[in-house]
Design a protein around this ligand. Structure first.
Ligand SMILES: *[C@@H]1O[C@H](CO)[C@@H](O)[C@H](O)[C@H]1NC(C)=O
Ligand SMILES: *[C@@H]1O[C@H](CO)[C@@H](O)[C@H](O)[C@H]1NC(C)=O
Length: 238
C-alpha cells in the first residue's frame, strides 16, 4: 500500500516536472520555442535529481586532455563553475527536428583543479604541474548539434542530442593562475603569467577547445538524461 502510494506519487511528481519544464509548441512557432527553451534550460542546468539529471553547475571532469600540436596539457579533477549563469540566445530548431543551434553567453566561468603542461605558449616555453585556477570574463560558445530520434522504454518517440560542434570565443580578459610552473622557479613562472594575462585572447584561441569540449560534453549528457523523460508528442504540437 505504502509502496504503491510512493510509486504513484513519484510518477505524478515526475509527470508534473516534465510537463512544466518544456512548454509544448509548434516547431514553426519560433516565439513559443524560444520562450520554452529559455525557460527550461536553466532548470535542467541546475539538475533534477528526481529524474537522474545531474547538475551542470558545478561540473566535475576527471581528466581533460589538451593534446595540441605545440602545447600538451592535462587538467585533472577539474571543477567548472558558472554554466548556470550563461544566457542562451539565437536558439534555432530546424523544422524536421534534426538539428539545433544556439549561443551561450557566459559572464564568468571558473575552473579549478590540477594540471600538467609541457610545450610552448605561443612564444614562451612552458612546463610544470600543480594546482591551477582559471577565471574567465565574458565568453561566447556557439553550439551546433544534430538530434536523433528514438523509441523510449515508454514506446514513445524521444529526441536526444547526437553530437555537437563548438566555436568558442573569449570576449574579455582571463585570469591564469598555475602554481608550481617550472618547479616553482618564480622568474620563469611570472613571465608566463604576465604573457598569458596580457595575451589572453591569443592564449585562449590556442588552448580552449579541449576544455570547452569536455564541458559541453558533460552538459549534453545531462540534457540527454532529461530528454529521456520527455516524449516528443508531449512537447511538439502538430
Ligand atoms: C596526441 O596527438 C598526436 C598527433 O598530434 C597523436 O599522435 C598522439 O597519439 C596523441 N596522444 C594522445 C595521448 O592522444
Ligand atoms: C583526482 O581525484 C582522485 C579521487 O579523489 C584521486 O585519486 C587522484 O589522485 C586525483 N588526481 C590528481 C592528479 O590529483
Amino acid at each position: 500500500m505504502f509502496l504503491s502510494v510512493s510509486i504513484a506519487f513519484f510518477c505524478f511528481a515526475s509527470g508534473v516536472l516534465t510537463n512544466s519544464l518544456i512548454t509544448p509548441c509548434k516547431v514553426s512557432d519560433l516565439v513559443c520555442v524560444d520562450k520554452s527553451i529559455k525557460g527550461a534550460i536553466p532548470k535542467i542546468l541546475v539538475g533534477i535529481p528526481e529524474l537522474g539529471v545531474e547538475s551542470s553547475d558545478p561540473i566535475f571532469v576527471d581528466q581533460i586532455d589538451g593534446n595540441l600540436s605545440i602545447i600538451k596539457y592535462k587538467f585533472f579533477n577539474t571543477t567548472i563553475t558558472g554554466f548556470k549563469n550563461c544566457e542562451i540566445s539565437n536558439f534555432k530548431l530546424n523544422e524536421d527536428i534534426t538539428a539545433i543551434k544556439y549561443d551561450l553567453n557566459c559572464p564568468k566561468i571558473s575552473l579549478i583543479g590540477k594540471y600538467e603542461v609541457s610545450g610552448r605558449l605561443i612564444v614562451l616555453p612552458v612546463e610544470g604541474s600543480g594546482d591551477f585556477q582559471l577565471i574567465t570574463g565574458k565568453y561566447s560558445l556557439h553550439v551546433d548539434s544534430e538530434l536523433k530520434k528514438g523509441t523510449g522504454s515508454d514506446g514513445k518517440t524521444h529526441i536526444s542530442i547526437k553530437n555537437f560542434k563548438l566555436k568558442s570565443k573569449a570576449l574579455s580578459p582571463i585570469k591564469f593562475d598555475f602554481k608550481n610552473l617550472f618547479n616553482g622557479q618564480k622568474d620563469l613562472s611570472d613571465a608566463v603569467h604576465k604573457f598569458a594575462n596580457e595575451n589572453w585572447f591569443e592564449v585562449s584561441e590556442l588552448v580552449q577547445e579541449p576544455t570547452w569540449n569536455a564541458c559541453i560534453k558533460k552538459v549534453t549528457t545531462n540534457v540527454n538524461k532529461y530528454l529521456k523523460n520527455v516524449a516528443l508528442e508531449d512537447i511538439v504540437l502538430q
